[in-house]
Design a protein around this ligand. Structure first.
Ligand code: HAM
Length: 432
């Protein structure tokens, strides 16, 4: 490994990529404020125990975990949810509910680097704490829909399921939570045979295995039809029937808006994280086979961290993958890069005066790039041209005596003399 390369799985964001990332982040912030979510900033380093608690086998095994110099077992956060639940269990314990919290930042997982899979990646994360009503689940789906639309994504679909359906059937058969987790992990990877085998080896009845088999084969975008079939398949399991009812209520709330949200219901859908207790979902676009976002309901996590029983539902949007999807869809992103003016002193002894003018313009919110290379005016103009500057201000001795500078329009290749006192107004008029 060369010391002068990025570490495997890590990336630099060059200006254009950084701008797109920040554009997506800005849209996430706008979504947060539209839906009433307030930002919190939590540490990148958390106690290993906290982030490992319900992360699931896969995330747990891929954690950047180490002992700090004080001998504490810590980890770089692989997600935000554990940190937010920690806060709600402790410092924010007595806050009135509902509590709507938003975070954005980088996460770390030692995943195998591939397209759209990085070891450092970025999420915008929304958690809605304190409600177990379907309206809360619907809100998380709708804000995700809003966000995806606002960044300019097209043709995205929600894949929706409910872990309560699968888990309540396994519980009914007396399967321990640990065994359920193993089966769900396999289902998450679509290894249905293996999942069923785990259930069978742990004493699941024939009837249960047949029910599970039917469920994992059931999915489609006619939500009403799939939900009806689901209800029929699980009719002998009371809690599973309730779970299907809950899923129907959530989906109905979403489809009854005018938003035309595209939903695929997948009865055998599971997610790797172990804290989910209810509705779960992911977002996909046809151009990529990896999820752009994932989330769901987790009603037991805050309690597990010592807090009050607090029903919760949330989502994390993968900013890197959204960026990739936008590139795949050749989306036009309006980055509105402001190319301001370039200020060029004719000679070095005018640098101080030219800088003073530059600062005066910046104080008026006019973006200015200053000629810091000490080049001759002709060279500085060539460079300004290459960088597509609209205007150049040339600060020369002769004009300064008249309290003026030369303003050059780079497109028209025309120059005028402008009084320094009128410069701001003239530039404003030119819409800089
Ligand atoms: P997750 O499904 O593990 O859920 O991650 C959410 C999103 O983060 C994924 O859909 C993906 O877009 C992005 N992501 C995950 N791993 C990587 C990676 N290695 N490289 C690039 N992007 C990645 C969670 O993290 C939950 N905390 C979501 C949640 C919030 N559930 C309830 N509240």
């Amino acid at each position: 490994m060369s010391a002068f390369k990025t570490v495997r799985g890590m990336r630099d964001f060059l200006p254009e990529e950084a701008e797109i990332m920040r554009f997506i982040e800005r849209k996430a912030r706008e979504t947060a404020s539209l839906y009433g979510y307030r930002e919190i900033i939590t540490p990148v380093v958390e106690s290993y125990e906290l982030v490992a608690a319900k992360a699931g086998e896969e995330v747990r095994a891929r954690m950047y975990a180490f002992e700090d110099l004080g001998g504490r077992k810590v980890a770089l956060r692989p997600e935000f949810t554990a940190s937010v639940a920690r806060l709600v269990a402790t410092t924010l314990r007595n806050e009135p509910k509902p509590l709507r919290l938003f975070c954005v930042g980088s996460l770390y997982r030692y995943d195998e680097p591939q397209r759209g899979r990085f070891r450092e990646f970025w999420q915008s994360n929304f958690e809605l704490m304190g409600s177990d009503k379907p309206e809360a689940d619907a809100e998380i789906l709708l804000l995700t829909n809003h966000f995806m639309k606002s960044v300019g994504l097209k043709n995205f679909t929600f894949k929706v399921g409910h872990v309560g359906v699968l888990r309540s059937i396994l519980s009914h058969e007396g399967l321990a939570e640990e065994v359920q987790n193993q089966a769900m992990q396999r289902m998450d990877k679509k290894l249905y045979e293996e999942a069923l085998k785990i259930a069978e080896e742990n004493g699941a009845s024939d009837k249960c295995l047949k029910t599970l088999q039917k469920l994992v084969n059931l999915k489609g975008d006619d939500a009403a039809k799939i939900l009806e079939e689901m209800a029929e398949i699980v009719k002998d399991y009371r809690e599973a029937v309730e779970a299907v009812k809950n899923l129907r209520e959530i989906i109905n709330l979403v489809v009854e808006t005018d938003e035309k949200v595209k939903i695929t219901v997948d009865a055998g859908f599971a997610r790797g994280l172990e804290y989910y207790t209810g509705m779960i979902f992911e977002v996909y676009v046809p151009e990529l086979d990896i999820a752009l976002a994932g989330g769901g309901r987790y009603n037991k996590l805050v309690e597990l961290f010592g807090g009050e029983p607090t029903p919760a539902v949330g989502v994390a949007h993968g900013i890197d993958r959204i960026m990739l999807a936008l590139q795949e869809q050749r989306a036009k992103i309006d980055l509105k890069r402001e190319m301001g003016v370039v200020v060029v002193p004719v000679s070095e002894n005018l640098a101080a005066e030219a800088l003073r003018i530059a600062e005066m313009l910046r104080a008026e919110k006019i973006p200015v790039e200053f000629e810091v290379m000490g080049r001759k005016v002709s060279k500085a103009l060539e460079d300004a041209d290459r960088r597509e500057a609209g205007y150049v201000i040339i600060v020369g001795e002769k004009e300064l005596k008249e309290n003026a500078v030369v303003l050059r329009d780079m497109q028209k290749k025309e120059q005028t003399t402008v009084k320094i006192g009128n410069l701001v107004e003239v530039l404003r008029h030119l819409r800089i």
